[in-house]
Design a protein around this ligand. Structure first.
Ligand code: SF4
Length: 62
């Protein structure tokens, strides 16, 4: 199963990831993305779609 990661050095708290994929992301107190479920990508979700949702390239496949 593919996994994703978030590089918090690049995350600018736009919130696009948790708005689009609330099953995969939450937000911390400053609006930065927090991965849920260890970053495991569900089978019905295209990992590349998740990566593309971030305008800061903070989300990567690992
Ligand atoms: S879309 Fe990218 S920059 Fe915005 S909160 Fe999610 S990881 Fe951070």
């Amino acid at each position: 199963m593919p996994r994703i990661a978030v590089d918090h050095d690049y995350c600018q708290a736009h919130g696009r990831c948790y708005a689009r994929f609330p099953e995969l992301f939450d937000a911390d107190d400053e609006g930065r993305a927090v991965l849920l479920g260890g970053g495991a990508v569900p089978e019905n979700v295209d990992p590349e779609e998740i990566v593309a949702v971030c305008p800061e390239s903070a989300i990567t496949l690992v």
